[in-house]
Design a protein around this ligand. Structure first.
Ligand SMILES: Cc1cc2nc3c(=O)[nH]c(=O)nc-3n(C[C@H](O)[C@H](O)[C@H](O)COP(=O)(O)OP(=O)(O)OC[C@H]3O[C@@H](n4cnc5c(N)ncnc54)[C@H](O)[C@@H]3O)c2cc1C
Length: 591
């Protein structure tokens, strides 16, 4: 990065002045480079601190897991440390104001205006915004003549806009390495991407306006029009700024959520246009090297996606999916990949079904995996049955997909129209993305609403199995699942039965099911003491406090479901953080 910035000076130093003599870098050029470098170092400092924090957190969790394996009380880890509790309650887990964070502001059922960032996200964004505003205006000689002020402002905002494009593109990618290094979700990086995008657009606009105001005063609007049509530098700069503005106006939450695929295609096209135009605009300028870095980041991200797709799906008969209609507007999709990965809780993958969705991909949580022993098939595809039969292990992974209005609706309709509500087709699966381990917690409370259960089932299975074979700290695992109607139980019934048949599950697992819209009171029946069913909504706070009261060791509360459930859970957890050592994990199925 440094070489690119220093190159600004080097090239300016060799630039010839009007009389042919080298002008050398001006003080303003030094300032521009200086501020770009501060932005760069701010990122390095933030990432560095988060990496150190992650190393500490993971070390603590590792030590806790090891020390709790044979410890049924885990009292040492149950106590909350006042400073850490305060940090979590008022900073890391806090909503911006009172309790709203994930609950969307909606104009109607279909019009989602967005959510409020959390407190820590807002502080970071406000700081970043303030830093950029300050860097755009400080050390400019505002008392100078208009032409020189405009020129300084133009150069400053241009340099900063290009610099900000680096994090802008890095954070947009699924394969952004910072997700793992910093322990920050793609969801949060997506939020940062959107805000940095706004900063870039405003800086590009200020850059253009600074040029335009000065030009109008010198040669009038006709001069501006002539420059825009005859000068490649100005024409490409204008196209770039217009493309950036297009990106700004096409990406508000309401449009993004209502027409996601259309939004995404236009977004990529406009981003490509902006980068192309800025590339030519910077033809004679050293900042083009920074843009080269931007393009390299984008190309690497796309190549990684392609590599994942090829590795997992090409050869060995390709990847096949069985799609099956379930009651309650849902589908079970079972994926048999050419080369499956090792299944872990918290993973999700992108599903491509070219026959239905062309090249588009949709993220879904991996809810279950199965190891199948298959007979080796002959060339004709028939299972070979002889004494030399070789058995190969093939693992399949399953997702539960709730029908929405786009791709998922098409998929549902196709399965519904197929005989017996099932069909098999070729697919591509890109992943795995994400991974979450709750093994180090003595008490695990899992909240799910509707299809959010797909995120929690793998944790249940892993923790109950780990409890039996002594590889996790978990001693008390509670699932609280809210469903609208009893038929939604079908989505995971076979998997839940497998979990309920696992050895020693009665000692560790409790399941509470809340049916929010039961058709009749007879629907509500509790199958056993450890699996209870209730009508209505749970009192989240009472449940969390009750579980923690009887909890063992450090606790975690994980939530995957509606925004309002996530906000209720967040409030309950924060209310308990002064007394218990409890962490919060959220998965929102959205960005
Ligand atoms: C990490 C993650 C895991 C998920 N796991 C599951 C799961 O296990 N089961 C399940 O039913 N749903 C899951 N979802 C949600 C699922 O991806 C969307 O419901 C699905 O993509 C909607 O497709 P659609 O074309 O029918 O959507 P539409 O009806 O067009 O839109 C519905 C909503 O889905 C969003 N959406 C649409 N396409 C995408 C996309 N390609 N990427 C991200 N969001 C999109 C839209 O912004 C909108 O808010 C998950 C989402 C994420 C981010």
């Amino acid at each position: 990065m440094r070489w690119a910035l220093l190159a600004v000076l080097a090239s300016t130093a060799s630039a010839a002045g009007p009389a042919g003599a080298p002008t050398g870098p001006t003080e303003a050029d030094f300032e521009n480079v200086h501020f770009s470098r501060i932005i760069c170092w701010t990122w390095v400092a933030c990432v560095g601190s988060l990496v150190i924090y992650q190393i500490i957190v993971h070390s603590v969790r590792y030590v806790r897991t090891i020390t709790c394996l044979n410890n049924d009380t885990q009292r040492f880890f149950a106590r909350s440390r006042p400073t850490h509790a305060l940090l979590k309650r008022d900073f890391i887990d806090a909503p911006l104001l009172h309790m709203r964070h994930h609950r969307e502001f909606k104009l109607s059922a279909a019009l989602n205006v967005g959510t409020l960032p959390s407190r820590i996200q807002t502080l970071y964004l406000a700081g970043y915004l303030a830093m950029n505003v300050a860097f755009c205006v400080v050390s400019i000689d505002w008392s100078g003549v208009e032409k020189s002020v405009a020129s300084e402002l133009r150069n400053r905002t241009g340099v900063l806009a290009v610099m900000n494009m680096l994090p802008l593109f890095l954070l947009a990618g699924r394969n952004n390495p910072l997700i793992k290094w910093c322990g920050i979700s793609f969801d949060t990086f997506n939020l940062l991407h959107r805000w940095i995008g706004r900063v870039v657009v405003l800086e590009a606009l200020a850059h253009t306006l600074a040029w335009m105001v000065s030009k109008v005063h010198q040669v009038g609007w006709s001069g501006v029009a002539a420059a825009m049509t005859h000068s490649q530098l100005i024409m490409t700069g204008t196209i770039g700024t217009v493309a950036f503005l297009g990106l700004l106006f096409q990406s508000p939450s309401v449009l993004r959520h209502a027409f996601y695929e259309t939004f995404l295609h236009i977004h990529i096209a406009l981003a490509g246009l902006a980068v192309g135009a800025v590339w030519i605009h910077l033809k004679t300028l050293p900042q083009q090297r920074i843009l080269m870095g931007v393009i390299a980041l984008w190309a690497m991200e796309r190549s990684l996606r392609l590599a994942r797709i090829i590795i997992r799906n090409v050869g060995r008969g390709g990847t096949k999916v069985d799609v099956e209609v379930l009651p309650g507007d849902a589908l079970r999709v079972t994926v048999r990949m050419a080369r499956p990965w090792k299944f872990h809780p918290g993973q999700h993958a992108y599903l491509y079904l070219p026959t239905l969705g062309w090249w588009t991909s949709h993220p879904f949580s991996l809810a279950w995996s199965e190891e199948e022993q298959e007979g080796l098939t002959s060339e004709k595809g028939l299972v070979v049955h002889n004494q030399d039969i070789l058995e190969v292990k093939k693992s399949s992974m399953s997702m539960i997909i709730r029908r929405r209005t786009g791709f998922t609706d098409k998929l549902y309709q196709k399965a519904d129209l197929s005989s017996s509500g099932k069909f098999t087709t070729s697919a591509l699966v890109e992943g795995p993305y994400g991974h979450q381990s709750l093994s180090s917690y003595g008490t695990v409370i899992l909240f799910a609403a509707g299809v959010g259960i797909t995120h929690q089932v793998p944790h249940l299975r892993h923790l109950v199995a780990g409890f039996d074979n002594g590889t996790v700290a978990a001693r008390r695992v509670t699932l609280i699942w809210m469903i609208q109607s009893r038929e939604h139980l079908e989505w995971t019934s076979s998997w839940m039965n497998s979990i309920l048949c696992m050895p020693r599950r009665r000692e560790v697992l409790k399941i509470l099911i809340f049916v929010t819209r039961p058709r009749s009171p007879t629907e509500i029946e509790s199958p056993s003491g450890n699996v209870k069913m209730f009508a209505g909504r749970p009192n989240v706070r009472a449940l969390v406090e009750g579980e923690l009261e009887h909890g063992v060791g450090a606790a975690v509360v994980s939530v995957c479901g509606t925004g309002s459930l996530a906000d209720d859970v967040r409030r309950a957890v924060r209310g308990s953080q002064g007394r218990w050592n409890v962490d919060l994990c959220e998965e929102s199925f959205s960005w």
